[in-house]
Design a protein around this ligand. Structure first.
Ligand code: KG4
Ligand code: ZN
Length: 333
């Protein structure tokens, strides 16, 4: 069965449109919103207004690049949640309007499932069942994938997400939002010489709020002694923060692999773009005999290609949505 699915992602601060034909991504366009930098974090109202500005031009560019007309599309897919309600509303309303006017099916996609399913865009895909450490700005989860659309969260954060830990630490260091990629860059020039505590959380759950407090007090005390401490040691501080966040993540996925006996391991989400996490996961995989799957950079952070891939699985199963679907800020996998 041939198919051409146009997918829309607008759950947070990136507007993205992708088109998948059969199982190949023809185009994956992302419009990022740098406007939030000056606020030190995402302003939801501003994000939804930016999606409105971006979405129509993005559709035009995507169709042009894929050399397609609207009438060539077989289905429209969209992220229904989780995410910022106002942002989701733009994508969902736009998708409904397209599906209705083109008289083609609508497919709703769970953003967190899509991060995991990004692994099926490129081959070789992980063999089922596999574990995925999904680390983004809003979520930190260990997911057990039993089938393409059958997943179970077996561990998650009790407070901040890993991406939030990066962004909030960066804010304390005076770095602009989102600080994750900047910490990554600076960490590559430094050494993890400062020690931050590893939280003791039972089972497979995570906690990052204690680390945030530890970093705040550490900086406060160090600045009392040397007001230029941050400027003089920025690379080493970044390397130390990155090292601790990543060891927290990797120690939990080691526990999850032991507990489930699964050795097909994947990482996904914005933080999986972190070079330190990618290399720590690679050395850990060697040590534990895992088969490791790391997505291409463009499929780590928010993108519509992963939405298209998830939609393809639903299309193949005939799982379509009604035009009465509503976006959900909180949506379980
Ligand atoms: O998955 P994503 O693009 O959006 C959400 O669904 O949240 O993840 C965004 C998060 C931000 O917190 C950002 O700082 C973090 O991913 N991030 C990184 C890196 N690239 C993006 N964190 C650490 N190192 C990176 N290279
Ligand atoms: Zn995401």
């Amino acid at each position: 069965m041939s198919n051409t699915i146009l997918a829309i992602e607008s759950s947070c601060d990136d507007t993205s449109i992708a088109i998948i034909h059969n199982d190949a991504i023809l185009v994956n366009k992302v419009a990022s919103q740098s406007i939030h930098e000056k606020y030190g974090g995402i302003v939801p109202e501003v994000a939804s207004r930016q999606h409105l500005v971006n979405i129509v031009p993005l559709l035009d560019v995507a169709l042009k690049e894929a050399n397609l007309m609207m009438r060539d599309l077989d289905a429209i897919a969209v992220t229904r949640g989780p995410g910022l309600l106002g942002s989701l509303l733009v994508g969902v309303s736009f998708a409904k309007a397209l599906a209705l006017s083109l008289k083609i099916p609508l497919i709703e996609v769970n953003h967190m499932q899509a991060h995991v399913l990004a692994h099926f865009i490129d081959s070789p895909a992980p063999s089922l069942p596999f574990l995925c450490l999904t680390v983004s700005g809003g979520h930190t989860q260990i997911v057990l994938i039993k089938d393409s659309l059958e997943m179970e969260v077996i561990g998650q954060t009790r407070d901040d997400a890993a991406g939030e830990a990066y962004d909030k630490s960066g804010k304390m260091l005076g770095l602009p939002y989102p600080a994750g990629p900047l910490i990554d860059k600076k960490a590559q020039l430094g050494k993890p010489i400062f020690q931050f505590p590893e939280p003791q959380v039972e089972g497979l759950d995570f906690s990052f709020s204690g680390l945030k407090t530890a970093i705040r007090y550490f900086l406060r005390d160090a600045i009392k002694v040397n007001p230029n401490f941050v400027d003089e040691n920025l690379n080493d501080i970044c390397a130390s923060i990155q090292d601790r966040i990543n060891t927290i993540l990797v120690n939990k996925i080691i526990s999850a692999a032991k507990k489930t006996g699964i050795s097909e391991i994947a990482i996904a989400g914005g933080v999986s773009a972190n070079s330190g996490l990618r290399s720590l996961m690679t050395s850990t995989a060697h040590e534990h005999g895992w088969k490791l799957y790391i997505p291409q950079f463009q499929y780590c952070t928010d993108n519509a290609a992963m939405i298209a891939q998830a939609a393809l699985f639903k299309y193949q199963k005939g799982e379509f949505a009604g035009l009465d679907i509503k976006p959900e800020a909180r949506l379980a996998i």
